[in-house]
Design a protein around this ligand. Sequence first.
Ligand SMILES: Cc1cc2nc3c(=O)[nH]c(=O)nc-3n(C[C@H](O)[C@H](O)[C@H](O)COP(=O)(O)O)c2cc1C
Length: 160
Amino acid sequence: MNKILVAYFSCGGDTGAVAKQLAKAAGADLFAIKPVVPYTEADLDWHDKNSRTSVEMRTLARPEIADRVENMQDYNVVFVGFPIWWYLAPTIINGFLASYDFSGKTVIPFATSGGSDMYKAEAVLKPLCSPQTNWKDGKLIDGNATIDDLRDWVKELDIL
Ligand SMILES: Cc1cc2nc3c(=O)[nH]c(=O)nc-3n(C[C@H](O)[C@H](O)[C@H](O)COP(=O)(O)O)c2cc1C
């Protein structure tokens, strides 16, 4: 049987809510990816080109992550969830993926957004994992997705 982890980053709570439901639907453990320095409201202002997120996304600077998944070796399937920022994954996700060896594991991204798709994000993230990673196509998930919606997705993925 696969041991599954749902790792996620969320600022406003939408991705976090989806991640919690997904973990229930998949019988997975949950891990919150958090920056050492939390994002403030001002940091998230995309109208301000000098805000922390605007600068990070423009320069691809990766914020330091607070905790590690100490037992990553125990998992064979890892979901990675994030909000779409500027059509991409927040750079903390780049840092998260680059700091583990996912060889032989299945990695499945998912995202929430205000409407943008996640193709561009996936194109950036996939090469951060080793070529031996079984990278599956991601899914953009509505913040209001029910546990049944997520169960259907998990069933489609055939990972249990
Ligand atoms: C800095 C920033 C940039 C964003 N850029 C986009 C974007 O390019 N496209 C989009 O559809 N939504 C964008 N959003 C909206 C978020 O993707 C959306 O609200 C998401 O569900 C938030 O997830 P969270 O509540 O887990 O943080 C952006 C939000 C922020 C804070």
